[in-house]
Design a protein around this ligand. Sequence first.
Ligand SMILES: *Cc1c(COP(=O)(O)O)cnc(C)c1O
Length: 369
Amino acid sequence: MSTIPFLSFSRMHADAKDAIYKAFGDVYESNFFILGDKVKQFEEGYARFNKTNYCIGVGNGLDALVICLKALGVGPGDEVIVPSNTYIASLLAISAVSAIPVLVEPRMETYNINPELIAAAVTSKTKAILPVHLYGQACEMDAIMAIAKKYTLAVVEDNAQAQGASYNGIQTGTAGAINGTSFYPGKNLGALGDAGAITTNDEALYKKAQSLRNYGSQKKYFNEVKGYNSRLDELQAAFLSAKLEHLDKWNAERINIAQKYNELLKGTEGIILPQLAEGATSVYHLYVIRTKKRDELQAYLAGKGIGTVIHYPVPPHLQEAYSELGFKKGDFPIAEEIAETCLSLPVYPGLTEDQISYIHTSIRQFFNQ
Ligand SMILES: *Cc1c(COP(=O)(O)O)cnc(C)c1O
């Protein structure tokens, strides 16, 4: 029996090892650890990668989204539209500025927010839409931007999972007024600890966010607003620059693995494969299948040494932390169905053809038994 972990850093770490060790040495010898040249270099590099004018490095992905909303002036009593099947951080960012998350169901096929349902959720209190490019696939941004324009709403993209994806040729993290991403270690571009970034093309928002991440200050000891301490540190920035060099190649490898799964698993009775919206690409942060026998399949694959994970077992409206919203089971049936049936298969640079083949055979065996 072979053992295939759900996620392995081995190949990525081998690819970047020399540059990472050098980066550590450079920062160590520089004696400079906060908001120096390494952060600046990474911000420039990531802005270039993401095709945005500006990038602001911050402490993590949640803080990135909080600062985006704060920079836009979203505050107490305002409503922000967010998908009902996202990771909890998207909602926590909204709550952190005392605004109210308004949940909108995803499309069952793509797992991304259904633009056709957004208009019905708009009220006089709505300030922003926060689309989440879930599992690595770009949301249908043309439709979302059109609704935002019609109702004069700001758009903040949660691009934590989709660095490098695009919709109709436009990169994720560039269409919204100001957008957040995460470099949590397991993300497509992962730091060696916590890290995140904000991307924008708007100079005024750029300056606001830059100030907000650093105590609300542009000039040391002069504070124009009440800000946060959420700075990307020099060490993580240097590590991220080293890994950014490989991101296009790593994303291409994830896409290649997803295509192999698509070919091999096509037509397997009992499982539904992930689908792309017309015009959308995915960088396959996750490869998520659905099956009514999810728990049994997961246990079977574990018995074969194959690691899988559920993203995510409990949708936000059923989380204890959000009992204040007053929802019950049945209120967001699509999000609930996805939570009950989804299973993420291994997808990461370094996963071999043999491993993919073994995973495929094991899944077939499960459904044929
Ligand atoms: C990872 C993630 C975040 C939060 O990022 P952190 O760096 O862990 O704070 C936000 N939204 C989504 C969709 C994520 O996957």
